[in-house]
Design a protein around this ligand. Structure first.
Ligand SMILES: Nc1ncnc2c1ncn2[C@@H]1O[C@H](COP(=O)(O)OP(=O)(O)OP(=O)(O)O)[C@@H](O)[C@H]1O
Ligand SMILES: [Mg+2]
Length: 247
């Protein structure tokens, strides 16, 4: 068996501790990234004060050569540092700050446009029941997309021979936003439903699923302060509900 994830697992199929350490390490690195973005931001203000002070001195006439030379150096090096910090800051922003306001309906529609081909090729009907007065949630749009892609892809894969996918959004008394993703697939047997969020739990053929989709999805939802629930009836289908708090 040539499982690319074998290196993360022990012989009896458990996750290796150092993989969990790696996940914790990644979290720490992300935290470090956020911290250093903050530090660098703090550096920028004094740096620009240094640059403008140096430039004011340089405007003086009759500066002794030595002073002129030293202040030019200060000016140049401070500018270099300031350019560097701006570069690091814009890089940090690519990682997503998580503070943006996101329109859940809009993100869902974008994801569905992206997955439309996957629905069409399985003859799946897509129904949208959006609440048009949905307040925006505080979340990084890319994280939201990842959550919806994982859940919708699972729903489509559960309906290989066609069915109906329903995407529903609703506002809960201005306290939370709820997203319901319902499929008419075979459902999840009650014996296994407790395991679907476990890392590496999959019923798909080797090479078709890693079993990490729902594990990652739940982590992303919890990072946003939300929670995810599942309800399934054999032969009828499955509904995943994601609840995003508003404050
Ligand atoms: N909508 C659904 N209907 C029926 N079963 C589902 C549904 N969503 C998830 N499952 C079950 O949960 C398992 C785990 O899902 P998960 O998304 O974590 O992994 P995966 O889809 O198998 O692999 P990957 O997401 O890495 O491609 C699936 O293999 C499937 O058995
Ligand atoms: Mg999946």
């Amino acid at each position: 068996m040539n499982n690319p994830l074998a290196k993360f697992m022990t012989a009896n199929g458990r996750i290796k501790e150092d993989f969990l350490d790696q996940l914790a390490f990644n979290e720490k690195m992300a935290e470090l990234g956020r911290l250093s973005a903050g530090v660098i931001h703090e550096l920028n203000t004094p740096l620009s004060v240094i640059v403008s002070a140096a430039q004011m001195i340089l405007r003086e006439e009759d500066l002794p050569d030595f002073v002129k030379e030293m202040v030019e150096r200060i000016n140049l090096e401070a500018q270099r540092l300031s350019q560097y910090t701006r570069g690091v800051l814009s890089f940090a922003r690519i990682e997503g700050e998580g503070a943006a306001e996101a329109d859940v309906n809009q993100v869902l529609r974008e994801v569905m446009a992206f997955l439309n081909y996957e629905a069409q090729k399985r003859s799946i009907t897509v129904i949208e029941k959006m609440d048009y007065h949905l307040p925006s949630v505080v979340a990084d749009g890319n994280r939201l997309k990842q959550i919806f892609i994982n859940l919708i892809m699972n729903a489509l894969q559960a309906m290989e021979n066609g069915g109906t996918l329903t995407l529903r959004t609703l506002a809960l008394d201005d306290r939370a936003v709820e997203v319901l993703i319902t499929d008419t697939g075979p459902g999840i047997p009650s014996e296994t439903i407790a395991h679907i969020f476990d890392p590496f739990y999959t019923t798909k053929e080797p090479g078709e699923g890693t079993g990490l989709g729902l594990f990652v999805t739940r982590n992303l939802v919890e990072l946003l302060g939300g929670r995810i629930e599942v309800e399934s009836a054999a032969g009828k289908g499955t509904t995943f509900t994601i609840i995003f708090p508003l404050s």
